[in-house]
Write a protein that binds this ligand. Sequence first.
Ligand code: AMP
Length: 549
Amino acid sequence: MLSTMQDVPLTVTRILEHGTVVHGRSRVTTWTGDGEPHRRSFREVGLRAVRLANALRDGLGVSEGDRVATLMWNNAEHMEAYLAIPSMGSVLHTLNLRLPADQLVWIVNHAADRVVLVNGSLLPLLAPLLPRMEPLEHIVVVGPGDRGLLAGCRPAVHDYEELLAGRPATYPWPELDERSAAAMCYTSGTTGDPKGVVYSHRSVYLHSMQVGSAESMGLTDHDTSLPVVPMFHVNAWGLPHAAFMSGVNLLMPDRFLQPAPLAEMIESERPTHAAAVPTIWQGLLAELTAKPRDVSSLKRVTIGGSACPPALMKAFDEQLGVQLCHAWGMTETSPLGTVALPPAGVDGEEEWAYRITQGRFPASVEARLIGPDGAVMPWDSESAGELEVRGPWIAGAYYGGAGAEPLRPEDKFSPDGWLRTGDVGVISPDGYLTLTDRAKDVIKSGGEWISSVELENELMAHPDVAEAAVVAVPDERWGERPLATVVLVEGSTTGYAELRDFLATRIARWQVPERWAIIPTVPKTSVGKFDKKVIRKSYADGELDVTKL
Ligand code: AMP
């Protein structure tokens, strides 16, 4: 028997219309460095999004299904693109400005982007690549920048404000199928070509509801959220659309992502929430220790993208009174997968034990662990396996290219359609996920597994260790052994033996690394995660100064 309910499509258009009217007074504030921050109400942002849609259609000939790329920082104009492009039935394609040039070119060509909206400050990055970006027909420059760099380029060049000027304040939004493409994002794959994940209107809408809900980020129009996570990194973890849906004020950092300006914008604009990867919070902690600022407005900070060291979480709690809330996700999961809010009725050590997990799954994300022999493992906090997930905002395939079938590589999707995350961990009986590793980062030592993440967390609990990354290196006797690479706090003279003895008090002795290297900084990926393949390569090439204890 069918229900008697209406079947209304869930679309970004609805988010745009709702936010513009009902939350018209909420604001997007964009940091400008030394100048006065730039403030725009949701009403203005919404109306400008309507004008942008008209400009794209009438000025540039963009139609439904066309890909429109952005190469932009987090700012109000990017927000306008986030709303306008999907609502008109086109596909918002956010480009990761930190990718190597060849990958950026490959991605633009694969997605067949017809238009790119680019911040003027990023023209030095884009201009030299244009001859190789064949599908691009139009470049829309947003904000100041050296437009001379575009002289003689093939695509037509437009100014964002000039393009919007005088455009109508209404748009005949198309009736969209909620399953149609709204946005796309390529994973910065470590092997092979990057893979495109295409989000639907339905997935964006449902994900936005979850992001806002109390069991995830719990945000309302009383809040101001600071997404430090870039809008090209899984749609800034869904915050822009979720914010427009619920009227959450946004504080956009633009290109000012260094610890000092972040500290300054938190002190002066007083956000209640922020989101970023652990390396950003490491940097901010060091900054605030050297030069204290008032960051007491932050009620909760969402931290994820890579494992949050418990020591960092404790330092924020104890030194700053700010609660870091751990969350897990990936490009393929929109990204919200788990959030580590402790259950009711726990406190003290028990509460900490929950907070340092990756968190628990919302109802819409189903999870299972697949053990080494392919069996589904129990949720008993002990049986480890590869995490597989499914749900309405989890990818079921990758973009195959225009006209091509979607891609479902076997290593990424199970025969029954679940996403293979490549993450290894355990789940507690009450549904909290603890990741021990990426499948490819696990250290297989003499038939036992050593968790690189655990070693890193324990090392980073030492007061003289600023950062630590542990990788597997070949070992004649054990197959693989851990190599610990450590960044010491400035001025520290702590030696390897002391670090080894410290670890030996905290983990099983056989897991303590014999190989050590002090390095100036841990190499990072384009989205700020530890880049372990670079460390492995430096080791293999004999470039690391390794001490064996
Ligand atoms: P990306 O698609 O670039 O966002 O990368 C997703 C991957 O980041 C996941 O598969 C995990 O390996 C890792 N990751 C994300 N969040 C966490 C977390 N809280 N703890 C550990 N690893 C994480």
